[in-house]
Design a protein around this ligand. Sequence first.
Ligand code: ZN
Length: 301
Amino acid sequence: MKLIILGFSSAYPTLVSSTTSQLLEYNGKSFLIDCGEGTQIQLRKNKIKFNSIEDVFISHLHGDHYFGLPGLILTFNLLGREKPLNIYGPKGIKNIIVSLIKAGKTWTNYKLNFIELCSIKPEIILNKNNLIITTIPLSHGIYANGFLFRKKTTSHKLIMKKLVDEGIDKTQFSGIKIGKDGITNKGKIINNLELVEPLNQDVTYAFCSDTLFNRKIIEQIKGCDLLYHESTFLKKHENLAKKTYHSTAEQAAIIAKESNVKKLILGHFSSRYKELSLFLKEAKKKFNNVELVSEGKVFHL
Ligand SMILES: [Zn+2]
């Protein structure tokens, strides 16, 4: 999996960054996570094929997380899109988007599938090609979800040299990949574990924006390979963070530490701060493997 940061500014776009949007690429498909204003420009800058996007995930209905979506939908239409677009977001998103499109007396020639979310518990919302996507309920004053992307490793990699040396016919390969023993051309049974590489563990990415400091998410994101957590404020504005249902860099780092994630990335910085390195400095006091996001930055998983 590959994560591309398209935008990370909170509240409104600046000359440094667009508002929140990220793209997760896996197996030739692109999953768009939030769609702040100007996301389509960021997609072009990062040379993303529009047609690779089949699923869009909107965390919540604050404008800085989805005001780019109506424009993107209509651009897709103008470019002749035919395949459906699946939009996962809070209940009410369908009415908003459809009303905007209808107000212009226009429509799309491709199908829009809205999957409206209202559960306050984690729920699996997509399961395809060994990728499972689950909501992470957040605490943000209005209904909000993060998203947990889990790439399942279900098929073992074969040790080809061993298979050839033992004289195991290729008709058995698909069975061995999923755990069956091999039988040599002399009828000898070879244990599956001798024929395959050890199974890699699942790969996980957790996207958590926007949210109040909320330890309830820890259980769900435990051991993640990569965690994006909002850090809108610095410690000196902790009260403001609480009042506006946001987090500080230090709080994001505490979540990362207590969840034992492998790496933390921070974004959604308030534009009141000109020196972003302070976010890194504050977070590092609690959790060392942390980076700030920037436009176009790529993370491999
Ligand atoms: Zn928000």
